[in-house]
Design a protein around this ligand. Structure first.
Ligand SMILES: CC(C)(COP(=O)(O)OP(=O)(O)OC[C@H]1O[C@@H](n2cnc3c(N)ncnc32)[C@H](O)[C@@H]1OP(=O)(O)O)[C@@H](O)C(=O)NCCC(=O)NCCS
Length: 284
């Protein structure tokens, strides 16, 4: 077997998308099909840049990828995957080792990512490089049910202003995909409301129901987040509301629980590798 780690910019969008789809086929959170057309927007939502991202080429064929971005003095893995035929081959270690080495060489302070707590191979891989578990990130669902609340009237906010608000007021531990940079790349049809110390961004459709893209309260008491949720439930009484696994206990998860949302069986955790003064990446 031959293995080479190369820049992701060397592969076509079609090949990257096909590799992504193969790696995430049967993924524990659901298969995830990617297209060449959707890839640039996804990379933008993850804050990843092709120039910093790397691919594994096994026996001459694209077999894995790690999409990486830079945020201030930190770097972040937006997504990583290896095709089933190349698993257990060392390709994932070579990919991750390369981005860790490159981040350290560039003077980055830390490398961060989110991973499903139930994703054993990924967790083992990250921990073996010294990544440390951080906060859990919960997802929720709420089926249509009566709301016992007098809703407040939130202020509608343009998405660009919502992104500015998140950058100005988002807590330090806010997951990247709820932050201002990522929010600049959400569907233009999304709606944003702001109330006191909190902000919500959501999408509603008759077919899919309501999806909450961001719910952030700068005050850990989360009273305004709760008022925003109640306003959302009153505005969409007949729809299921889904919240992806990005909700931090100190930012919005407690408000969602109090509003009668049910936590999803799978949850993510934030992980961080401190690069300041740590030893070389590839463990023995
Ligand atoms: C996560 C992924 C990149 C890891 O690549 P890989 O080639 O499978 O990694 P490895 O073979 O080095 O396995 C990593 C560790 O998990 C272990 N492992 C692999 N499969 C396992 C399983 N089903 N159950 C328990 N442990 C498992 C390996 O033994 C290894 O542990 P060790 O170093 O103690 O021996 C790959 O599995 C993948 O692409 N999965 C689908 C997409 C995905 O989950 N991406 C990550 C999202 S954050």
């Amino acid at each position: 077997m031959t293995l080479a780690i190369v820049g992701a910019g060397q592969s076509s969008a079609e090949d990257l998308a096909a590799c992504f789809t193969e790696a995430f086929d049967g993924y524990l959170a659901g298969s995830f099909a990617m297209t060449a057309q959707a890839l640039p927007l996804r990379l933008a939502r993850w804050g990843a840049e092709l120039s910093m991202s790397r691919c594994a080429v096994v026996d001459g064929a694209l077999a894995g990828f790690v999409f990486v971005g830079r945020h201030g003095r930190r770097r972040r893995v937006g997504a990583m995957g290896v095709c089933p035929a190349a698993r257990g081959s060392g390709a994932s270690r070579a990919l991750l080792g390369t981005v860790v080495d490159e981040a350290r060489a560039a003077g980055a302070q830390a490398l961060e990512l989110e991973v499903f707590a139930q994703n054993v191979p990924a967790l083992k891989l990250y921990r073996s490089f010294g990544f440390v578990d951080g906060a859990p990130l919960w997802g929720f669902v709420r089926e249509p049910a009566p709301v016992d609340a007098t809703p407040a009237t939130p202020r509608a906010m343009a998405l660009a202003h919502a992104a500015d608000w998140l950058q100005a007021h988002g807590p330090a531990q806010l997951p990247y995909q709820q932050g201002g940079e990522s929010m600049r790349h959400v569907d233009a049809a999304a709606t944003s409301w702001q109330l006191g110390t909190a902000l919500i961004v959501f999408q509603a459709s008759q077919q899919v129901g309501v999806t909450v893209l961001a719910l952030v309260d700068a005050d850990p008491a989360q009273r305004d987040a709760r008022r925003l949720i109640d306003a959302l439930l009153v505005a969409h009484p007949a729809q299921t509301v889904r919240v992806p696994q990005l909700m931090h206990d100190d930012i919005a998860a407690r408000a969602l629980r109090e509003a009668g949302f049910t936590a999803l069986p799978l949850h993510q955790i934030q992980m961080r590798l401190d690069l300041r003064g740590c030893p070389p990446a590839n463990p023995a």
